[in-house]
Ligand binder design. Sequence first.
Ligand code: HEM
Length: 493
Amino acid sequence: MIPLLIIATPLVALFVFCLSSGKKINSVTYASGSSANCGWRDGMLAYLMDAPRLLRVGYCTTKNKGGIFKIPILRNWMLIMTNSQRLEEALKSNDGTLSSRGAIEEMLQLSQFFSPTILTNPYHFSLITSHLTKRLPMVIPELVDEVANFFEELIGDKSFFVGRAPEIFTPMICRTINRAFVGKEKCRDKEYIKLSIGYSARVVSKGYMLSYVPLSLRAVVASLIAPFSQRRAMAKHLQPLISARRETIAEVGNVNADSDFLCGLIERAPPQEQDDYSLAMRILHLNFAALHSTYVVCTQMFYIICSKREWAEELRQETATVIKNYGWTQNGLDQMVKIESFVREVLRLRGQAGISLIRLAIKPFRFSDGVVIPPGTMLSADALGFQSDPEQWRDADHFDPFRFCEGDDRTSNEKGRIVNTSYNFLAFGHGRNSCPGRWFVAYELKTMLAYALYNYDISFESGVLEEPQDRWLGAACFPNETAELRFSRRNRD
Ligand code: HEM
């Protein structure tokens, strides 16, 4: 559900702004090369209410004419790049000039909700590579076990389960990711899962609201709305696990790549962040980074399956053949090329956002044609435009689940794999700050889909085959949560 707060806050801010002035922004000339300029207030409303259309129009009109356009975002402008030369130049810049972490802080005020050092010293991000991606052969059997256990619990001794996306997919995703972060026992603790899900949702709504509070008042307002009790509860949950890992580290002497995520976290944490609370904040932050985006894509994926029975059947057939030969192993998941193609196509045409590579200019950034992005301005790429550009994609607007199984883009060519990023595929960003969790999430989404298809018939409870439309707020996409899904046990005999 999109919290009412998220919709109300910008509308109130828009009203206040309209009463005051838009002139200051209108006089800005730095994006004068843009041909997608629209009136400030009209543009802002259009962006809030119908960003997908605005992004498509902006892309088509500027791709070969300037390669950039601007959209008003209340406090400022968002400049949106629409050709690959601009992306190339922006990606060559450094974090001190165009900052991805600065951008997320600007949008969601994460330092107020986790800790002030969460983005200045994100040492926990590197663990995703060293203790999640590198350990995938060990993590994948646990992932499969967790998804299987989740469905068993969900359906129990009944023959079917009916529920909406948030009741099914949010806990399933939260459990699987926490199986990798904190282990089997804690990831099945319902209180812990509830806490993690609730906190992540609150950060999105409250962080967004807080970003509209004047800078001088932010810390005070944050202290009133940030749920400290939940942070303390999180630390309490993790304290025994952290102590146990400390004992292991003391016994063994040092931590290597075989040790689990929590051991790695303790070892990498700087001396001033070795306390249980600080370590718990890092785990909470990773939960936040992993949960929402995966939930959006997972829900879209299952909705499509419910609306296209023939695709569901083809993917099920592939799963059955692979499982027979390889079992639920990493190798098996690698053989599921149709499932892989389907998930990548969901990310190409749907996904969590219409823009990607979001950066905040910390210093002026000058493109080679002289366009300057002043400090404080946001810059991003028109992911929706790039990912549905007819010059880059055959039948670009058509959802073709098996597009990456064939031709040059096929999955067996690395290029067609879920994790592959490029100027035309920006679902995980591209370049230096691209999503480090994408290797994990590729296996996670594939496991969830393949396991569910293999074991259950999945349909909309209403019996319709039509998918509920996604909802958009600005460039953020949220699944429509009105649909009920039915998972019925399959008789495979
Ligand atoms: C389908 C699911 C996911 C999608 C679509 C997604 C997408 C993204 C995108 C677009 C970015 C920003 C890239 C950029 O600005 O260049 C990002 C960053 C990030 N993602 Fe993901 N992500 C997903 C799942 C995950 C998971 C499961 C994890 C953790 C295990 C994760 C951890 C992160 C982190 C830590 C960053 C920040 C990287 C940095 O600033 O260096 N993501 N993700």
